[in-house]
Design a protein around this ligand. Structure first.
Ligand code: SF4
Length: 268
């Protein structure tokens, strides 16, 4: 199944972090940032407020990009959904192309769940953007996937404590269907080569017993970056890259006569 999902109604190639070639991961997948303090949940900058500004936020998922069969953003082969939108604006966030409203694939939770279940992947990883800004709809997706034996992993710029202290029912619902949570924003000064995350402040939380068998492996080195070539999106990557990954890639390609160019690291 071909499944690199290009945004609808757009002539541009989206550049979600850790997705199609962007200049870095989305915090792992919630975008790496300079580690600026985060606003608390329940404010206009948090999931509740942001969702309140979206008329359909509780019912629909705004997807910037999707990928299937990814092995660098969670255990096993996973579908990855980069959701659009994040109200927090951490300085240095490199997921900026998908932080605002823009061309998106807007799906009902059952539609997105059906697409995910049509793959052979063992689960889904929600990245962004900030998945907890669309928590209610993503929780519905996660519920269907979990009922079908698939696993759910979520990246968030919020910490687990912040999420757990939220009074937002959608936030709690998404936590309830999450097997693995990678929390906290990327902090450039704490960048490290760590499994599924970009900086040492970020934590991998096993919220269910599903992946208890990998608990002793979470301090391993990073899972690397997948590079793919797609006729629609061009060259893109998925994963948590090392510092100057794009520069390294550009320099490595040049001896072969391959010149990588593009805006915001999107090389199409
Ligand atoms: S929380 Fe939002 S602004 Fe901050 S790093 Fe993540 S995606 Fe970027």
């Amino acid at each position: 199944m071909r499944w690199l999902q290009k945004e609808v109604d757009s002539d541009t190639v989206p550049a979600p972090a850790s997705g199609p070639l962007d200049l870095g991961p989305s915090g792992g997948p919630t975008a790496p940032t300079s580690g600026h303090p985060q606003p608390p949940l329940g404010t206009d900058s948090g999931p509740s407020g942001a969702r309140g500004r979206q008329e359909d936020a509780g019912r629909l998922v705004r997807v910037a990009h999707m990928l299937q069969g990814c092995r660098t953003l969670g255990p096993g082969a996973r579908s990855v959904v980069w959701v659009r939108g994040c109200a927090r604006r951490c300085p240095g966030c490199i997921a900026s192309p998908i932080l605002d409203d823009g061309p998106s694939l807007v799906l009902r939770p059952d539609e997105l769940a059906a697409r995910l279940l049509a793959t052979a992947d063992e689960g889904v990883t929600f990245s962004g953007g900030e998945p907890f800004e669309q928590a209610q709809a993503l929780a519905a997706v996660g519920h269907v996937l979990r009922a079908s034996g698939r696993s759910v992993m979520v990246y968030s710029g919020f910490t687990l404590d912040e999420l757990r202290s939220s009074s937002d029912a959608g936030v709690q619902a998404l936590l309830d269907v999450t097997d693995v949570l990678v929390d906290g924003p990327f902090e450039r000064e704490r960048q490290a080569d760590l499994l599924w995350r970009g900086s040492s402040n970020q934590r991998v939380h096993l919220l269910t017993a599903r992946y208890a068998h990998i608990a002793s492996s979470l301090d391993a080195a990073g899972a690397g970056v997948e590079l793919r070539v797609d006729s629609e999106a061009g060259l893109f990557w998925a994963g948590v890259p090392e510092r100057d990954f794009v520069g390294q890639l550009r320099r490595a390609a040049e001896p072969f006569g391959i010149i990588l160019t593009g805006r915001e690291g999107v090389w199409a």
